[in-house]
Design a protein around this ligand. Structure first.
Ligand code: LLP
Length: 432
């Protein structure tokens, strides 16, 4: 059950994260509570930085995809560990800058950036803007011109790869809202357009093939398609790209049956494939960027809840009602995404029950999981839902006017708060 290396059962039989008793955390900070193992986050960041440094051309490095979990403390961790930062909104950019992140190390993304956001990014001096397509390139060009700046830009292109079948040029995956498609020739045409714009410095290309990828295969296919595209662009236009951004997508092991991917091994395989392709095309190897989000934070996070009641429905299901739910983690309600869980008070006991974890929102779809293996639950128990570091806090809402939970970070066996608990006053603060 404890498939995450940072989780243990202590002498009292309680679940501990990074050596800290989760019942102590629940008592000190209340529930629901996000808990992040900061040692693990930093270790994961270091692993990606080191692997890219070792296996990719000089200057290559990972940019933490802050959409997975964005707060000032996370931005500072990414900065300390030598990562760049991927932001997708004025809000994420603001958070990064407020945390002291160097704008030169930030790449600004998004498929529907507003004029105000583009202006904010340019004025802030972000190192890169990933332009989603032709219209946006023109917009960036105009705004940069008005601000008297020459903005470095990546063009986002769509390689047409289904990461879960490892198939290339599947038209289904070209029918997406992101980027300009390579297979139809659009990406090349838009590149030609970009090269003619006076206030844009085309630094290279960006692509992202998906999320929750367990093996190197899809990334190798991505490397094949992208290197062929870069070679084609050079042949047609004479332009040589300085940066190739391959996006994010490294998987996390959510359930015991999942095997955590070997990220360093995947990065080595991609580096080797790229090197072989550059040699084949006689192309000067560009700097490679990648954007891991989930792979850094998912396994480092758990969420603690208090059981409010336990009910046995006539159909046989056992409902364990928690003091949180889709408001703090919408992943099961949205995607049917499964998370493991356990009763933190008796973490070492057998998980003999299959329960439905019910949230507190007024709708029946507010569940955190069905058929979840759990120790026998009792009202007042602390339940830990695992692998919640990515896309939970960052996707949380105030539905039913529930204040969003705080987040505690555990480092060196000690805990501190990195996001405080919202209050009812916070939630009502904008009401006029
Ligand atoms: N770069 C780009 C351009 C992306 O769109 C994404 C994720 C990433 C990087 C980071 O991908 P990661 O390494 O985290 O897989 N809310 C969903 C996940 C949505 C991912 C969207 N884009 C979930 O809860 O599973």
């Amino acid at each position: 059950m404890l498939h995450q290396q940072n989780l243990t059962v202590n002498a009292a039989g309680h679940l501990a994260v990074g050596g800290v008793d989760t019942l102590d955390l629940a008592r000190e900070y209340g529930t629901p509570l996000y808990v992040l193992d900061e040692d693990m986050v930093r270790e994961r960041m270091g692993l990606y930085v080191a692997a890219m440094r070792e296996h990719m051309p000089a200057g290559s490095r990972p940019y933490y995809a802050s959409k997975a979990l964005c707060c000032k403390a996370l931005c500072r961790m990414a900065r300390d560990e030598g990562m760049g930062l991927d932001v997708v909104s004025a809000g994420e950019l603001y958070t990064a800058l407020a945390a002291g992140f160097d704008p030169a190390d930030i790449c600004f993304h998004g498929n529907a950036k507003t004029e105000a956001e583009i202006g904010y990014a340019i004025e802030s001096g972000v190192g890169l803007i990933a332009a989603d397509g032709e219209e946006e390139l023109l917009r960036i060009d105009t705004l940069a011109g008005a601000l008297g700046v020459r903005q470095r830009v990546l063009l986002r292109v769509t390689p047409g790869i289904d990461p879960h079948t490892f198939a290339a040029v599947n038209t289904g995956v070209l029918d997406v809202k992101f980027g300009e498609p390579i297979p139809t020739g659009r990406a090349l045409a838009v590149t030609e357009r970009a090269l003619g714009l006076g206030n844009i410095d085309l630094a290279g290309f960006h692509c992202h093939i998906g999320s929750q990828i367990f093996e190197a295969g899809p990334f190798l296919l991505e490397a094949d398609v992208m290197t062929a595209f870069l070679a084609q662009v050079r042949e047609k236009t004479g332009y040589t790209a300085g940066i190739l951004n391959l996006g994010g997508g490294f998987a996390a092991a959510y359930e015991e049956s999942d095997t955590a991917p070997d990220c360093a091994g995947m990065i080595r395989a991609v580096g080797e494939r790229l090197a072989a392709k550059w040699a084949e095309y006689g192309y000067p190897a560009p700097v490679v960027l990648m954007e891991p989000g989930r792979g850094i934070v998912a396994a480092a996070g758990i969420t603690l809840y208090t059981v409010q009641n336990v009910k046995h429905a006539p159909g046989g299901a056992c409902y364990v009602a928690l003091d949180g739910g889709m408001g703090d983690n919408p992943r099961y309600a949205l995607y049917g995404a499964r998370h493991s869980a356990l009763v933190a008070d008796r973490a070492g006991e057998e998980q003999s029950r299959a329960v439905t974890l019910a949230g507190r929102c007024c709708e029946s779809g507010d569940l955190l999981g069905e058929n979840v293996a759990l120790q026998r639950p009792r009202t007042g128990d602390t339940v830990a839902v695992l692998t919640t570091g990515a896309y939970t806090y960052s996707m949380a809402s105030n539905y039913n006017r529930a204040p969003r939970p705080p987040m505690a970070a555990v480092r060196g066996g000690r805990a501190r708060l990195i996001v405080r608990r919202e209050t009812a006053e916070d939630v009502a603060a904008y009401d006029l």
